[in-house]
Write a protein that binds this ligand. Structure first.
Ligand code: GLC
Length: 489
């Protein structure tokens, strides 16, 4: 499964995540007929299409907000979260925007502040207003009627905050399982997101998805685990009766250091946190992260592709990671990303380079136009066209792993068993009634030999040509991973 980005009409302050019309296509990308054609072409190739759903906020230019801000009596005043200044004129409370600074902006026409969990150009909708809920559920219906197969719910946890607008407590906890967000991490996000009422809302959303006349649809949701809080809150979004989000995205892996124990502990913790009957997701890259190959290195990226495609759950592959694409070399001070312009260390342009397709101009991404971000270095050599012909390429490795998943039901549906390997080696098994699959990933800078229990193991795939199975003990090169299979019946 790949994760996309919004293509709706937008004010373009946050690359489509500030929507001006949830039911229209950005004219620079086409129109609804273009979308219908895309859907039909995808169907013809056996692909399903999920679209981004951005429910937490709109663009400041959305007609709803344009009306809301005109006066306190405006018809849509209560469609957004407005509050009076504190006595000293400052913002109503201490909540921070994910992108830095206060989560409140004072609006001169009425003197009140409006809430924005992200940019000031992205005012938060007030989902406590039943009219907002009805309008936004209509958006889901609109896209389901058009035939989409599901949604990636953006900023899913932010939809409902504390109605009393209480201050967040400060936080000093660190947690390797959570993404670091800078200034935003100085608070515990107790009141500004994830209010308990959000669960009833997701049950209502789920019913809409389940009961659409042309069949049920799937929901993935972006829920970022909070430092120091563990994974129980994240896992609560499956719903007590598995009646909320089908697939809360597991965003724990991209923040980890290159350390086998950190990966093993985190994968095990996620497996423990997913409720019985719930289905995990595996995410290593996204449009919000640096490229895997730049974060850890190109061999490491190949090693992690093996992990991505063999862990239990639905793998989510960010386009380009199947090529071990590296970051876009965006010159310092030239960030396009609004977050990167405020805080250079968070510049998301880096992971958003255009996809290199061929060895032509701009690596075949566009003809006669300048790509919106610089391509990574050596884009032609990394391109799909070149890698498809190379038996040792990362694309070929990805295809081999996907073929193995198709061939072996144990990789798709088998259980997960954590195996403590030697130091620096991530080790686990997938098991069903007929197969055991052992995955070994060597995080060390030198080769490792790993003893296996019993005979009969076969080497199915390895991330480097160096891996060899010798006397039932595979030797793994530096930063290499191997998949071993054994029939058990
Ligand atoms: C999510 C998106 C991110 C966007 C933000 C605000 O985190 O993944 O790209 O900037 O929401 O909509």
């Amino acid at each position: 499964m790949r994760c996309g980005s919004p293509f709706y009409a937008s004010g373009d302050a946050d690359f489509g995540y500030d929507v001006t019309d949830h039911c229209a296509v950005d004219p620079r990308m086409g129109d609804l007929a273009t979308f219908d054609a895309l859907l039909a072409e995808a169907r013809a190739r056996g692909l399903r299409v999920l679209v981004d759903y951005v429910p937490n906020h709109t663009s400041i230019e959305h007609p709803w907000f344009a009306d809301s801000r005109t006066s306190r009596q405006a018809a849509r005043r209560d469609w957004y979260v407005w509050a009076d200044p504190r006595r000293d004129g400052g913002p109503p409370n201490n909540w921070r925007s994910v992108f830095g600074g206060s989560a409140w902006t004072r609006d001169p026409p009425t003197g009140q502040y409006y809430l924005h969990s992200f940019l000031g150009e992205q005012p938060d909708l007030n989902w406590r207003n039943p009219e907002v809920e009805a309008a936004m559920l209509d958006v889901l219906r609109f896209w389901m009627d058009r035939g989409v197969d599901g949604f990636r719910i953006d900023a899913a946890e932010h939809l409902l905050a504390d109605p009393e607008l209480r201050d967040n407590p400060t936080s000093e906890t660190g947690d390797p399982q959570a993404k670091r967000l800078g200034e935003y991490d100085t608070q515990r996000h107790l009141h500004d997101r994830g209010h308990p009422d959000v669960h009833a809302l997701y049950r209502r959303i789920r019913r809409r998805l389940d009961r659409h006349p042309s069949g049920p649809r799937v929901a993935l949701a972006e829920i970022v685990p909070e430092p120091g809080v563990g994974l129980a809150h994240w896992a609560s979004f499956y719903g007590r009766a598995l009646d909320e989000i089908h697939l809360p995205l597991n965003l724990t892996l991209p923040s980890l250091p290159w350390d086998a124990a950190a990966f093993q502990d985190t994968v095990d913790a996620v497996e423990r946190a997913v409720p019985a009957g719930g289905w995990p997701t595996i995410v290593l890259g996204s449009h919000d992260e640096r490229r895997v190959a730049s974060r850890y290195g190109p061999d490491q990226a190949r090693c992690l592709l093996v992990v991505l495609l063999t862990l239990r759950g639905t793998p989510v592959l960010f386009n380009g990671d199947e090529l071990a694409l590296t970051d876009s070399p965006v010159p310092a001070g030239e960030a396009r990303d609004p977050w990167g312009r405020r805080q250079a260390e968070f510049n998301r342009d880096r992971g958003r380079a255009p996809m290199p397709w061929t060895s032509g101009d701009h690596a075949g991404f566009t003809a006669g136009a300048q790509p919106w971000l610089p391509l990574p270095e050596h884009p032609q050599a990394l391109s799909v066209g070149v890698q498809a012909e190379d038996p040792e390429s990362t694309l070929t490795l990805t295809r081999r792993l996907l073929a193995l998943r198709r061939d072996l039901p144990v990789l798709r549906r088998g259980g997960y068993v954590s195996v403590r390997g030697p130091a620096d080696v991530l080790a686990y098994e997938r098991r069903d009634d007929t197969h055991r699959v052992r995955v070994l990933a060597n995080f060390a800078q030198d080769a490792r030999r790993v003893a296996l229990d019993g005979a009969g193991w076969e080497l199915a795939v390895s991330s480097s040509g160096e891996a060899a199975l010798d006397a039932d003990a595979p030797a793994l090169g530096a930063h290499a991973a191997a998949v071993l299979v054994r029939h058990t019946s």
